[in-house]
Write a protein that binds this ligand. Structure first.
Ligand code: KG4
Ligand code: ZN
Length: 332
């Protein structure tokens, strides 16, 4: 049995959780800095670090109380050590390492994307290995073959923008608030997805890589060339969302065919997208595949996925030394 405190501070959310290898997730809290960065249209790294410093310890105290856990009952601490904003990562890393040193327990740096990847395993209905994972966040878009904890084979990835980044950039073009993905999705509900024929990038070529920068340019051109664009914003959002979701779904289909696997797992911020979830579910039903995704709170950044990923690594005996390092850039 192992009880792990997880800390996530790689970007603009302070996430804390306690995960127990036998009892499951005991408590989790998330403090979002969205309001802090909203006026700037994106995350301001210095402000993010300062806010993590302010919030992290109170949040840890709150989560331990909610988990009915005393510090001496924590067996290890997991924190996000990359990729992400260097200053923001350091707040979680130094807090996690210091607490671990004081409490006499091991600490483990976790890859943020491995956290996302394993988040679906926090659910009661969770996938068995092996599976194909569609990992789509603000910084990454990848298809992976997952054979077990730490056994990840990259099948394809975005050669330019990540899917979430494309959502965020389109949101900016349409003068929507940051963070853009949920705003585009909300506006798309009122629009006609067939109003604009946006490209489905890379579907004409074999392979499992993605490219979203051409789609982004097509949206910009449509926006600039539509005289009454204010009335067409919802149509543009819906047509863009349809194009990106179509592309992701078709690539998943290809990845399952190529690997011969019948189990698909999606994770990362964009997996919160309702159109994507619905379309993958429909496809899976037709093909008799299984599909899994995290509950919405665990699609985007959170402490639970870090506690879980750290716990799995610690359970197989992995260890790290006391020197604190963060890796702002870190391939998985
Ligand atoms: O995984 P995440 O929270 O952070 C990263 O590790 O990047 O993902 C954030 C990304 C953002 O680009 C955000 O716009 C996108 O996920 N996102 C969505 C939705 N919710 C979040 N994109 C489309 N539809 C959504 N409902
Ligand atoms: Zn993330």
């Amino acid at each position: 049995m192992m009880r792990v405190l997880g800390l996530e501070t790689s970007c603009d959310e302070t996430g804390v959780a306690v995960y127990d290898s036998e009892l499951g997730l005991l408590a989790h809290r998330l403090y979002s800095q969205v309001d802090l960065h909203a006026d700037y249209g994106g995350v301001v790294p210095e402000l993010a670090s300062r806010d993590h410093v302010r919030k992290l310890i109170p949040l840890i105290k709150e989560v331990l109380a909610a988990a009915h856990t005393q510090p001496q009952e924590i067996d290890a601490i997991a924190y996000t050590s990359g990729p992400g904003l260097a200053g923001a990562l350091m707040v979680g890393a130094i807090t996690g390492r210091s607490l671990a040193y004081a409490w006499g327990v091991p600490a483990m740096g976790v890859h943020h994307m491995e956290g996302h990847l394993l988040a679906p395993l926090l659910e009661s209905e969770k996938p068995d290995f092996p599976f194909v994972a569609l990992l789509v966040s603000g910084g990454h878009s990848q298809l992976l073959r997952v054979d077990g904890i730490g056994c990840y084979q990259l099948l394809g990835e975005s050669i330019d923008d990540a899917a979430g980044e494309a959502f965020d950039k389109v949101a900016k073009m349409l003068h929507l608030d940051y963070p853009g993905g949920p705003q585009v999705a909300k506006l798309a509900l009122q629009g006609n997805a067939n109003a604009f024929a946006f490209p489905r990038p890379m579907l004409d070529r074999p392979g499992l890589d993605f490219s979203f920068s051409g789609l982004k340019t097509a949206v910009l051109t449509a926006y600039q060339q539509t005289p009454d664009y204010d009335n067409k914003k919802a149509d543009i959002a819906a047509s863009f969302e349809a194009a990106i979701v179509d592309t992701l779904v078709r690539k998943c289909e290809r990845a399952l065919k190529q690997t011969g696997l019948k189990r698909l797992v999606m994770a990362g911020g964009v997996s919160a997208n309702l159109r994507l979830r619905t379309q993958l579910k429909d496809l899976a039903q037709r093909k008799r595949w299984q599909v899994f995704y995290p509950s919405p709170a665990f699609c985007t950044d959170n402490g639970a996925m870090i506690a879980y990923a750290g716990c799995q690594r610690l359970l197989v005996g992995q260890q790290e030394n006391l020197a604190v390092t963060v890796k702002p850039r870190w391939p998985m």
